[in-house]
Structures are given as structure tokens and as C-alpha cells.
Design a protein. Sequence first.
Length: 155
Amino acid sequence: MSALTKLRPWLAAILGLIFTGFGHIYLRRWRRAAMWVLLVLAVAALFVPSGTLEALDAAETMSPSEFTSVLTELLPLLAVSFASVLDAFVIGFRQAAEAQAQAARSAVDDADDSAAAVSDPDSDAVTCPECGREVDADLDFCHWCTTRLDEPTDD
């Protein structure tokens, strides 16, 4: 697994912290990003009092107790935003696990395909592991798809 694949869930979570939906956009989950943004807007409209955001703009003149009450009123909005970050992290983690599993499957398939390309000494043709067509045993590549047929040797 590459270093970028390992960092993918964390990067999605950090982007989600910056703005709700950015982590999902990074993971190319467009509809899910739009759903989270709409959910945050709906929660803000339904559960956050209208004066709360205006009071937060004037935070420089706010006492600590007023700030605590404003923060308490923003709790539903913060909870949805945190759930979005967590969702982006989980999706990124799943994508990284799928990429690792796909790389493992690809390595096994490549090993099987290279074993299938080895020719029978009594036969005049081999089967190309890439396109499946028969190729002359004398050739080092498939003339249909240009895939190398011989195994490179370590000398």
C-alpha cells in the first residue's frame, strides 16, 4: 500500500474539518458531499436559533459565559459536522482497504497469468495472458496486444 493510500482517510478527515463536505469531495463522493452540506444547512435552519450566528460574529465583545451559551446552541450543528468528518474518514479507510485488496488480487492474477504464458515445449503456440489469443512460441511478445510473453531473467 502506498503512503498516499495510507494518508487518504486522514486527509479526508482534515478536509472535512475545514468545511463540511470537502473530505467527501476529495474522495470523489459528490452526492454524499452534497447530502452532508444540505444536512448541515437544514440543521442550522431548524435547530440553531437565528441570533446565535449573529452573536458569534460579535464574539470579540462576548463574555466567556455568553460564548459558552452560544456554543451550546451550536451543538447540533457541530455534531452533524463531526459526523460528516467521521463518515469521510470511514469511507477513506474503506477505499484504502479496497485498494490494498485490489493490489493483492492483481499480484496474484499477474503471477497466474505469467505462469499461463509459459509454453509447452511440444507445442508451436502459446496463449497470451492478456488477450487470450494464440501466439507463435518463437515470439517474445503477443503480436495482437504487444504483451511480453517471456519472463525476464535476473543475471
